[in-house]
Write a protein that binds this ligand. Sequence first.
Ligand code: ASP
Length: 342
Amino acid sequence: MIKQPHILLVYTGGTIGMIKDADTGVLKAFDFTSLLVKIPELRLLDCSIETISFEHPIDSSNMSPKYWIEIATIIRDNYSKFDGFVVLHGSDTMSYTASALSFMFENLAKPVILTGSQLPIGDLRTDAKENLITSIEMASLQKDGQPIIREVGLYFEYKLYRGNRTTKLSAEHFEAFESLNYPNLAESGVHLKVNSEYLLKPKSNSKLIVRTAMDSDIGVLKLFPGISRAICEAVLTSKLIKGLIIETYGSGNATTESWFIDLLKKAITNGLHIVNVTQCVRGSVNMGQYETSSQLKTIGIISGKDITTEAAIAKMMYLLGENLDAQQFQYYFEKSLRGEMS
Ligand code: ASP
């Protein structure tokens, strides 16, 4: 007899778990322990489901590495008991959490799918039910008794994306996320269509390692025409920052003013890891393509290639937690570790 997949739903907070009080209209948390009673459709799924919830669910604007560790620990502690995991999460910072979890789990061989919704689960026109039901179906997909998806994904509005490739682009459309530099992993139509060629294929026998030393002493500096020397100096000479992501123009270009280049050079000499990520939502950093990026390459700025800022932040926290020297840091940052860059 074929065993039904066993799925763990982890509720962290967000609109998906809210229900509107019929009298007052105020949104309040939905009791996830009674999920199967409130959404009887879930019983029709060909899997068994258990739920676990944060003791105090949060709006994802309050997300932080402390909660990433809580999610990762829940999954680690239940890893052998379940075939797949669905993490219910507010959409606002879901791409950051998906990215962070992807780095925290090394040798992940089971699906971890994040989902949420734009409208509360109790709303008439809610997108929560479809997102929840299809995420569970995606997490249940198996071939020869093994999970088909073996990475951290993000499911929203009929599409499954690689989590660390996503960005939230819309605050009002049901189609809130996009993966602009990587194809979708799967789509939900009349049938579920998995694009197998784009899935990560981890070595099946390696043991799961969960890395929890996320160091958040980092900064993000978005360049804009007219950015002042004083502001750049304040950031680049700060003793509080160990890693800095610079959001540059186009294919990784920045001003060639000598004060800017000198500040960067000095910061690198003083041990700051600086990564170049483009402000463009599509395409890649390619230092050396233009004169305005050649010097950045020469002085030792790390290329973020086509990584999203969300994934770059998570990757930087993860690599800083590993206490690498400058050369190793650059090597690992420029290498795709979980399919986060091309
Ligand atoms: N502010 C909410 C959150 O991110 C929005 C949502 O649930 O989608 O938690």
